[in-house]
Design a protein around this ligand. Structure first.
Ligand SMILES: NC(=O)C1=CN([C@@H]2O[C@H](COP(=O)(O)OP(=O)(O)OC[C@H]3O[C@@H](n4cnc5c(N)ncnc54)[C@H](OP(=O)(O)O)[C@@H]3O)[C@@H](O)[C@H]2O)C=CC1
Ligand SMILES: O=C(O)C1=N[C@H](C(=O)O)C[C@H](O)C1
Length: 259
């Protein structure tokens, strides 16, 4: 069966990679691409470009929307996907917990499937899983995530998901010295349930994360690096194929992989 796909954010770094994935995958078909830039310039690169997701959906029958846009757009795009009953596969980060909960209810009411994954790289999913396992035995943990300097959201979606998974297995505790003083605001990073997340932004970086655990006389570091954006594509392909069988909104690729 051919899967008809609309890509939102098609002019972006990830969107362009998704278009390449679709073009090289025999059972995938690009039926529409959403880009304000390309639609305005009327650039036609073998795809139909639309300025908005609604325009693309009005003009084409589609099975899946793949979205890599921006934190300010993602909630609206998910609601549009739900209204048009087209299953979304979303990589865009920056949704709040409250928005996610609300959208989960809306998709449940609509009996529609969808996948939101803050990271599609299989290695990153394993890194998160291993970190969650380690936290059970080594509860003193800090996360350092490093990204390119065009990234809008901090902390990254991956670090938040990692923190969430760690919290499920780590005993509740506040780390560090109880009388610690932060001389400069932000010096100790963001606090998540008593442990810290640090965000680095530099040109030259792509997407990297270290999870550091400390115990008496020992350190454990779990690290993942995405060296290019092709690293996310096997996960995107799996999500596009699996979402067709789903009837609820799922957050995290680990929920559809056997890891
Ligand atoms: N889950 C994962 O594995 C990964 C997730 N990401 C996430 O994906 C998202 C996109 O990343 P990336 O491709 O690097 O970003 P880019 O900035 O390169 O691309 C985003 C594209 O989205 C479009 N866009 C931006 N703002 C809006 C808006 N308000 N309304 C409609 N379209 C908009 C722009 O296209 P135009 O202006 O032409 O409309 C732009 O080209 C980010 O949230 C990032 O964190 C990134 C990598 C992996
Ligand atoms: O913006 C990015 O580039 C990335 N964003 C995602 C995140 O916020 O975790 C996934 C990956 O780290 C790349």
């Amino acid at each position: 069966m051919t899967i008809r796909i609309i890509v939102a954010g098609a002019s972006g770094k990830m969107g362009q990679e998704v278009v390449k994935l679709i073009n090289r995958t025999e059972h995938f078909q690009l039926v529409g691409a959403v880009s304000r830039t390309y639609a305005k310039q009327e650039i036609q690169k073998g795809a139909k470009y639309y300025a908005t997701l609604e325009e693309a959906l009005d003009a084409n029958e589609a099975d899946v929307i793949v979205d890599f846009t921006s934190p300010e757009m993602i909630k609206k795009h998910l609601q549009i996907a739900c209204a048009y009953r087209v299953r979304p596969v979303v990589g865009t980060t920056g949704l709040t917990e409250e928005e996610l909960n609300q959208l989960t209810v809306e998709f449940k009411q609509a009996n529609l499937g969808g996948i939101i994954a803050p990271n599609f790289a299989i290695g990153a999913i394993l890194m998160m899983r291993f970190a969650a396992q380690a936290a059970k035995y080594l509860p003193h943990v800090e996360i350092i995530e490093s990204h390119h300097d065009r990234k809008l959201d901090a902390p990254s979606g991956t670090s938040l998901k990692t923190a969430e998974l760690i919290t499920e297995s780590r005993r509740q505790m506040k780390q560090g010295h109880p009388k610690e003083i932060e001389m400069w605001e932000g010096a100790r990073g963001a606090d998540y349930h008593g442990f810290r997340i640090h965000s680095v932004r530099l040109p030259g970086l792509v997407a990297h994360q270290e999870v550091l655990f400390g115990g008496t006389g020992q350190l454990l570091t779990i690290r993942h690096d995405s060296l290019n954006r092709e690293s996310f594509m096997p996960g995107v392909q799996i999500a596009v194929e699996k979402v067709l069988e789903m009837n609820q909104l799922v957050y995290g690729l680990e929920n559809i992989l056997e890891v």
